[in-house]
Design a protein around this ligand. Structure first.
Ligand code: 3UK
Length: 548
């Protein structure tokens, strides 16, 4: 049998697209459910589970979501989700298992739409707000979307891509936040006041297709089951973050990025907490929002924390008790700056779209500067050499993980690169110490090889970040005839500092004094800003290729 459905419970979906496009079973990672809380019933709708539990536990009057214009209790969120689910199934006539493309900035309505698609027994395909028509079209085509829910302000790119069904006819587009339009989502919702009962679905039916924020090449669709959405809630937030009912979550990752979907929606809902969903946050406005909403848990990327450290003294941040950094390696200098500014020990965590959320992390006194942490309960990790054999402490190799979640690409030969011998291979070079802590070194494809030496750009960046003139930096290998590659540093200076060749030389000496001198940047380029993705990741390929 090459069909994955042989290994799965009967699907509850009328439309078999997702099951038909799962990788063949021999290309799956091994899934492990090693904790009592990871034993889910075979029939499951993850959103019904989250929102029904809220009712059963008496959370109806508690605040679930806070936006810039509205605040929703758990009861109001459930009612809104039910109305949208009725629009999808009754008005649009979508079959279970249909794919719905979602497009909107972080706000309560976008969150309700994602939840409603899943509760309706359809499959959510969220898209990043900054994607343009061509990229959106690629995603819509790969996931063969049957309908689009889009914030009115972001409709232009959807109009430009004109998503079509296989028959060639355009798929329905419904706009929200479109106050006066008679066919807006809100207008349609008004016709449906009754409760929506989730259709029967399998715990291993696909409910989310999340596209990687890949910087190059065709985007990869990662497929996640109903049980995966609950599993991420029952691992990192339960065992490392220790989220509680009285927590107020806040942060920057888009809901279309699984870092944001988990951290700003699923995790709070799982424990009866609330989430503040605001769009277009800057380091300064995020600090102001933490103060205003008395947020307790913050999720964002390292570069945001670095910028916030410099502004933190102007705000009252006493409500904040945990801050989570993910998406990129957390430099020791950033951890130290944040601690000095807020007295908080950063919770670093590595996650991936393929794994859905964070799988290595450490909190509080368990955290060690320079290390990402230890495998989150529920996950196992090891370091493999080039032959796929595990190596011991102190050796750099390929990071491999397994747990309750893992990689299932939608019809993609790259599945066999990411999954090998049951392990998920994230593409990161890591090292372990004798105590079982994992240390990030670089992306495997970003390792700089210069005159025969392997140099991790992150190590050079770390050294530069300790210099008082440096605001941000990115270090890459630039092709070089003589050495293969040379180490090249792209540096953003702090406000008021002038770029000069003297400063460049001083930075080079500064690095040589801290790490092995052969690693110093032979080229230093000053820049106004660094190219980043919407998820906060440095776009190294742009640094390597940009003629500056
Ligand atoms: C890198 C890190 C060092 C690493 C993500 C939290 O980033 C997320 O998913 P993506 O698919 O990227 C995955 C890759 O990003 N990375 C992420 N976190 C760290 N490197 N230290 C870290 N703490 O290369 C990884 O392979 O965009 C993060 C939760 C959900 C996510 N999807």
């Amino acid at each position: 049998m090459t069909d994955a459905s042989a290994a799965l419970a009967p699907s509850g979906y009328a439309d078999g697209f997702a099951r038909a496009n799962l990788p063949p079973p021999d290309a799956w990672p091994e899934f492990r459910f090693d904790l009592p809380e990871l034993q889910y019933p075979p029939r499951l709708n993850s959103v019904a589970e989250l929102l029904d539990a809220a009712t059963v536990r008496g959370w109806e009057a508690r605040t679930a979501l806070v936006g810039s214009r509205e605040r929703l209790t758990y009861a109001q969120l459930r009612a809104r989700v039910d109305r949208i689910a009725h629009v999808l199934r009754r008005d649009l006539g979508l079959a279970t298992g249909s794919r719905v493309l979602l497009r909107g900035a972080n706000c309560p309505m976008m969150a309700a739409c994602i939840l409603a698609v899943i509760k309706a027994g359809c499959i959510a395909v969220p898209s990043m707000p900054l994607l343009r028509a061509r990229e959106l079209g690629a995603i819509a085509g790969r996931a063969r979307v049957d309908a689009v829910l889009c914030a009115a302000s972001l409709r232009a790119d959807v109009d430009a891509m004109e998503p079509c069904a296989p028959s060639g006819s355009p798929v329905p587009l419904v706009l929200f936040d479109d106050a006066d339009a008679p066919d807006s989502l809100e207008a349609r919702m008004a016709a449906h006041g009754d409760a929506f009962h989730a259709p029967d679905t399998a715990a291993d039916d696909v409910c989310l297709i999340s596209f990687t924020s890949g910087t190059t090449g065709v985007p990869k669709g990662t497929m996640h089951f109903h049980r995966d959405l609950l599993a991420i809630c029952d691992c990192f937030p339960r065992h490392v973050l220790r989220s509680r009912m009285d927590d107020v979550f806040i942060g920057t990752p888009p809901l279309a990025f699984t870092f944001g979907l988990g951290g700003l929606l699923l995790f709070p809902l799982r424990v009866g907490a609330s989430a503040v969903l605001v769009e277009r946050l800057s380091p300064e406005s995020l600090l102001a929002a933490i103060q205003e909403h008395r947020a307790t848990v913050c999720f964002t990327a390292p570069t945001f924390y670095r910028q916030m450290s410099q502004l933190a003294s102007r705000f009252d941040l006493r409500s904040l008790s945990r801050s989570v950094s993910a998406g990129e390696a957390l430099p020791v200098a950033t951890r130290a700056a944040w601690k000095a500014a807020t007295n908080l020990d950063m919770i670093d965590g590595i996650g991936a779209t393929e794994m859905l959320h964070i799988f290595i992390s450490a909190a509080g006194s368990e955290a060690r500067a320079g290390a990402t942490g230890k495998p989150v309960p529920g996950y196992q990790a090891c370091i493999l050499d080039e032959d796929g054999l595990p190596v011991g402490p102190g050796v750099v190799g390929r990071l491999a993980v397994k747990g309750p979640t893992g990689c299932r690409y939608l019809d993609d030969p790259r599945q066999r690169n990411y999954v090998q011998d049951g392990w998920n291979i994230t593409g990161d070079a890591y090292e372990m110490d004798a105590d079982g802590y994992f240390y990030y070194r670089s992306r495997l494809d970003d390792m700089i090889i210069s005159a025969g030496y392997n140099i991790a750009g992150a190590e050079v960046e770390e050294a530069l970040l300790h210099h008082p003139a440096v605001a941000e930096c990115g270090v890459v290998g630039r092709p070089d005839e003589e050495r293969g590659q040379v180490v090249e540093a792209h540096v953003v200076l702090k406000p008021g500092v002038e770029a000069s060749s003297e400063l460049a030389a001083a930075l080079q000496e500064f690095v040589k004094a801290q790490i092995a001198p052969y690693k110093y940047p032979r080229v230093v380029r000053f820049r106004e800003q660094l190219p980043r993705t919407e998820t906060g990741k440095l776009q190294r390929f742009k640094l390597r290729t940009d003629a500056v």
